[in-house]
Design a protein around this ligand. Sequence first.
Ligand code: ATP
Ligand code: MG
Length: 425
Amino acid sequence: MSAPLQAVRGMNDILPAEACWWLDFEAIVRGWLARHGYRNIRMPLVEPTQLFRRAVGESTDIVEKEMYSWRDELNGEDLTLRPEATASCVRAAIEHHLLHDGPKRLWYAGPMYRHERPQKGRYRQFHQYGVEALGFAGPDADAELIVMCAALWDELGLGGIRLELNTIGSSLERMRYRAALIAHLERHADQLDADAKRRMHSNPLRVLDSKNPQVQAVVQSAPPLMEYLGDASLGHFAELKRLLAAAGVGYSISPRLVRGLDYYNLTVFEWVSDRLGAQGTVCGGGRYDGLFEQLGGKPAPAAGFAMGIERLIALMQEAGREPRDAPPDAYVVHQGEGAVQAALKIARELRCAGFAVIQHCGGGSFKSQMKRADASGAKLALIVGEDELKAGEVTVKPLREARAQARVPLARLAAEFPHLCKQRT
Ligand code: ATP
Ligand code: MG
């Protein structure tokens, strides 16, 4: 026999015991999105490679080394498994003229693919919920996005997620800053690592968020980007800070937060937890006013964020929450001539009345069926045997409490079932 196959490294199965956490998380997130007036959009997992090259940027980690790209020889196209979905969302908004009648609030969810070194909190297939406010220019939209994140952490029961905030100004302002930053980095080139040296000229801002302590020391003494911003950028940031203060959302200004993607301008932010080790960022976002134009659309301001589901679920588990993994109400056991037909009918009737019912499959002795009933976690076993069939009844046996079993006429079962289910001590 050949060896069993395994999932691709960094791409995980989410087994039922884990998936119930995901269902809980998704139910909360979807309610929260609906209550904020955001509408769902679904884009393909595969996009033209060019989309990410143009949107995310050539000299970013994602485009330089993390994308799953290939050439589709049949169509002569260069394709990529999406590493993120803001680019796809904006591509779709342009392609379908979504902003023709005004701004749009949108959300998407699903898997993203990045060829990174797999470790706790970092996978090659991971999942995001993304929220995009398209066509909104003001700091009020930035505040809405950030305040809604804070509301979600509360709903998820997660404390200790702190907000790091920065502004990176306009591309013109960054261009002016770039020269000053490069000059500073060149003066300290001997203290930079290979990555920083390589980026110093292609994407010097990325050197600011290097994790290497020696590079950080150089960065600490670099001229601050904030000093290169004009009144409009500073005014936008000041208003955002006022709105956050009014909403009671605390933050710390993180001058070296520039985010890994090139499309951002003005506001950038990250939500970070100390409880997840090195992979502590659970959500990141910002404003990207240039992206529509960069992708060939009519210029439109926009802002958004994406959160990592795996990291947020890890936090929920760490916070000691219990997932709602509801056991079935009943498990139908059946034996004898005509019993399976009766069992099917009973199960169907109860499901129509809104109860969760598992119907035994695969035959076996009464004892083995009862074992399965017990293992299912069901509150009640419904027993359909020859005696019961003759009498037109079913035996209802409580599985989780010491209460006597009872015979109930089939005709009354659905009506009495709520009562039978509820009799729990
Ligand atoms: P990091 O600095 O951790 O690599 P990032 O800046 O690359 O994150 P974003 O592109 O901003 O991440 O994606 C938003 C969120 O998606 C992150 O804050 C994180 O929660 C999650 N995320 C990103 N990459 C991964 C990954 N490889 N595995 C799991 N979650 C991820
Ligand atoms: Mg990354």
